[in-house]
Design a protein around this ligand. Structure first.
Ligand SMILES: [Zn+2]
Length: 133
């Protein structure tokens, strides 16, 4: 039995113990002993159930890690600027509940908000202008 790659239609070959590196936002995890079908031409793979679970879990771990890092970064910037969560929420245009949720990791801060905080982190003198706007 042979498999055809769903991505590029090349032939896939069976492997029982493959090592894959899962990457996410600068972090990576190596997952070994993966079984399934692997494309001979591109990066596509169709894992067996158990391997798919382990590969997926590695991805989840990396996502959680990057979220924790973002939470810590948001909190660090807010404290450095001497703002309460209420003030920080007003600064970036969200309510205090939303800002608190970002810091606790209950929801993911929108990308533009994180970029704004980083900008103010690098240039604290801009804070007065951001406040007016
Ligand atoms: Zn392929």
């Amino acid at each position: 039995m042979s498999h055809i790659c769903p991505q590029c239609a090349a032939e896939m070959k069976r492997e029982e113990s493959r090592t894959e590196v899962v990457k996410h936002k600068g972090d990576s995890l190596t997952v070994t002993g993966l079984a399934g079908w692997f494309c001979t031409a591109c990066e596509e793979a169709i894992f067996d159930d158990e391997s798919a679970l382990r590969y997926g879990a590695a991805g989840d771990t990396l996502i959680a890690k990057s979220r924790e890092r973002q939470q810590a970064e948001i909190r660090r910037i807010r404290k450095k600027l001497g703002l309460t969560q209420i003030e920080a929420g007003q600064l970036v245009g969200v309510g205090k509940i939303a800002f608190s949720r970002y810091e606790r990791g209950e929801s993911q801060a929108p990308g533009p908000l994180v970029k704004l905080l980083r900008l103010v982190d690098q240039h604290p003198e801009l804070i007065a202008e951001v406040r007016v706007a």
